[in-house]
Design a protein around this ligand. Sequence first.
Ligand code: NDP
Ligand code: 2IT
Length: 444
Amino acid sequence: MSYVDEILERVIAQNPAQPEFHQAVKEVLESLRVVIEADEDKYRKEALLERLTTPERVILFRVPWVDDKGQVQVNNGYRVQFNSAIGPYKGGLRFHPSVNLGIIKFLGFEQVFKNSLTSLPIGGGKGGSDFDPKGKSDREVMAFCQSFMTELCKHIGADTDVPAGDIGVGGREIGFLFGQYKRIRGLYEGVLTGKGLTYGGSLARTEATGYGLVYITQELLKDKGMDLAGKTVCVSGAGNVAIYAIQKAQQLGAKVVTCSDSTGWVYDPEGIDLDALKEIKEVNRARLTEYKKYRPNSEYHEGRGVWQIKCDIALPCATQNELFIEDAKQLVANGCIAVCEGANMPTTLDATKYLQDNGVFFIPGKASNAGGVATSALEMSQNSERLSWTFEEVDQKLQGIMTNIYKNINAAAKRYGKENDYVTGANIAGFEKVLEAMLAQGVC
Ligand code: NDP
Ligand code: 2IT
């Protein structure tokens, strides 16, 4: 059996009931097959793929806290420190009831390659909890965050592991987490990114993932002789990534006609009203049902359905496995040109294949949403030099990083005879640097 197939079997056998982790590993290893099989004996002897697919460390912990009724609640806490070959572990924290170890491992594994693609010195990690911030008071969120950090602070630090936000973790949560870290460890250091601007945060970090996604989409279109201006765009999600993707796409002249949350979706044929969306989601923390009050001509539908709407560009920005094969077929039938992932692994493997086989340009999340973590790394640099850069400086660097990622994944795909296959390009380009660093550091 080939080394790649052997490891795919091993990952499934050793990590039962973790389908998202299997899915992420399968996608990466299928892409790396060409690289590994060119020198299979060497990599097998080095147990390179066993090391690549086994986290360096997994931390599981209990998070007890007291709700507003005086009831003690208990959640599960996770931090997966996946790979530190090229820098300290870096990656977000997700607070969502669906969180389990398999999901955090898939996200940590993806993060290793994504962080490598940024060309900045950051390793891969991810963490989170099954805590649901929805419907909780600020005091309850603070009580949870303080308890979560009381344990997590033993395992992180500005030079070891630097968490940030993800689903359910935004500025409010990062503030509570930072306060508790400082209080227990007595260190005022850049241990988290996505911080508020008054205590070490970076300008443009809030916007970075969504902006970066649109910058790389524009780069792809330019390379193909097209432009985002005048294009119709469908976005899913209505959180941090979705909101700033919509903003940048609109600034570049596109018309964004959809967004969604976990209960339903909006179709606004005249273009999403971003101020309304921000007020609903960022200020009121409310549901998308509110949108119709601001825009009576828009449609609100329960459930999922964003990908039915005819568009040139699709930007899935909600969560994993939210774009299925039926959606891919609909997008192709509607003449979609490109799908660029804002979320992590939003497209299923068969949907990805269908899109690629039918000539839709497809950029995977580890390349197209890397602007967020890249700007986190820029926040770390600013914290280290105890200076802060202007919005324009950070935004310029972000644009440069996204352009560079596009060039690198495009070149890697071409080098292996897979032109336009940006999944293969991203996995190989991300892997190459990690591989070299791992081999240079010996057996560890
Ligand atoms: P937010 O919590 O800000 O927003 C998430 C959005 O997705 C919300 O609209 C939420 O709906 C919806 N959503 C979440 N889970 C589900 C679900 N199970 N089913 C349907 N809808 C869902 O998170 P972000 O915008 O930060 O993250 C979105 C995606 O982008 C995630 O995949 C994340 O890993 C990825 N990402 C985030 C980065 C960042 O910097 N924040 C960087 C790179 C990737 P509702 O409002 O109802 O909860
Ligand atoms: O998935 C991701 O890249 C993030 N949630 C951002 C991680 C970070 O460290 O900024």
